[in-house]
Design a protein around this ligand. Structure first.
Ligand code: SF4
Length: 427
């Protein structure tokens, strides 16, 4: 059987590398953005942003495709009277929730999502959620978390949302070992990964968050968990506190990452090496074949990551190890060394890692490096394109199904397509 992590490349990598830590102006979306993929995942949940018209515009324009459907997100607007302390925002919130739940019997889980304005007026949403949970005890569960730009970046909204769900997870009584897969994945990805686990003989597993709030997984002393997304440090801390053991693994991006991720589950559940190799052989080969086509276009190209989604380190590992790209800088908003340990070990030694952001300094480095491809947020992409750089919007990497073997080619295409477009324009 082939080793899961090829040994011809360093396995110490960047484990002990210094990190350029920066604090300054940053260019990222706030945590409200997470509602866009969370509302599609938990299909009986509603996300009520308690915020301003700016917050409403952000969520509505980011999820513009929903205009023709009855959406599962909305905004309770905090106006000037609330900000000036002239009215009781709690009364207004109670009214909005009462109307919403009366009109929408399909809502079984309601998230009150905090924003910058609700934090400015110090509206206590945890007390509001408790009060409303009591009022609607038979009707819907009410929870709260913050998506405020003061506290969170872009993907941390999901982390805060999942962490708020942890106290509601039922207690598991079964003596059997159970695997919890943590982090929002597209349904198609869940189905593929689930099918592989079943083939290995691992049948006791659950995805968190679930597709419906009534299907929250029970967890207990025999539960172990695997993160499917790298930006879930608060959720991981909460699961640790509940006594669950985290399986250390790279994230399931690319052929190598998916194999190593599945291997962590297989090892924990005692799946023998022959069975693991048999189950993964065909999808691994398919992924390798499709990646070879993209490698021809991407090998030797320089890529620069601005910090945005916290997916940067796993993506950089994938681009370097499976597509032979050169990493000039890998920026991440936060570096959680424990959660990233398996990934850091696979990055090439000497990679420039940066945490946080000081925008002007980072732009200077980008100009000096002259990368072939820049991965960055929407706000930076247009100005950089205007200066002749080729860019990839990092937000697309969160909205698109990219995990697992069958998506490895689609993931590579997200990086090769902008370069191809640039070539065609230049030709
Ligand atoms: Fe803007 Fe803050 Fe509202 Fe996000 S939460 S849209 S950063 S005001």
């Amino acid at each position: 059987m082939q080793p899961v992590i090829p040994i011809n490349k360093s396995t110490q990598g960047c484990s002990n590398s210094p990190v350029l830590s920066e604090k300054g102006q940053r260019e990222v979306f706030c945590g409200l953005t997470g509602i866009i993929w969370l509302h599609r995942k938990i299909q009986d949940a509603f996300f009520l942003v308690v915020g301003s018209r700016t917050c409403a515009h952000l969520v509505q324009s980011a999820a513009g495709v929903m205009i023709f459907a009855e959406p599962r997100f909305g905004t309770a607007i905090i106006d000037e009277r609330d900000l000036a302390g002239l009215s009781d925002a709690n009364d207004e919130l109670d009214r909005v929730v009462s109307e919403l739940l009366a009109r929408r019997p399909d809502i079984k889980l309601l998230f009150l999502v905090g924003s910058c304005p609700s934090e400015v007026i110090k509206l206590d949403l945890s007390r509001a959620a408790e009060r409303l949970s009591r009022t609607y005890v038979q009707r819907a569960r009410v929870l709260n978390y913050s998506g405020s730009g003061i506290e969170t970046t872009f993907t941390q909204g999901e982390d805060a949302c999942l962490a708020s769900l942890l106290p509601t997870l039922p207690q598991r009584q079964s003596p059997n070992r159970q695997l919890l897969i943590v982090g929002t994945l597209a349904d198609v990805v869940e189905d593929q990964l689930g099918a592989l686990l079943h083939k290995m003989g691992i049948d006791d597993f659950d995805f968190f968050p679930p597709r419906r709030s009534s299907k929250l997984p029970a967890v207990g002393a025999n539960s172990v968990y695997l993160l499917a997304q790298p930006f879930l440090s608060d959720t991981a801390r909460g699961l640790d506190a509940l006594g669950l053991q985290r399986l250390d693994a790279p994230f399931p991006l690319g052929e190598e990452g998916t194999t190593a991720w599945l291997q962590a589950a297989a090892t924990a559940f005692g799946v023998d090496a022959a069975r693991f190799a048999e189950v993964t052989a065909a999808p691994r080969q398919r992924a390798q074949a499709t990646l070879a086509r993209h490698r021809a276009k991407l090998a030797g190209k320089k890529v620069f990551f601005f910090p945005d989604s916290q997916l940067e380190i796993p993506l950089a590992r994938f681009l370097h190890r499976e597509l032979d790209m050169d990493l000039v800088e890998v920026g991440t908003p936060y570096l959680h060394r424990q959660l990233m340990a398996a990934e850091l070990a696979l990055l090439p030694e000497g990679t420039r890692l940066s945490e946080g952001q000081s925008l002007e300094l980072q732009l200077d480095r980008c100009h000096a490096d002259q990368p072939d491809l820049v991965v960055c947020g929407l706000g930076l992409a247009n100005p950089l394109e205007a200066q002749g750089f080729t860019t990839k919007w990092s937000i697309e990497l969160v909205f698109t199904p990219i995990q697992g073997y069958e998506q490895a080619g689609d993931l590579a295409a997200l990086f090769s397509r902008p370069l191809l477009r640039k070539q065609k324009i230049a030709a």
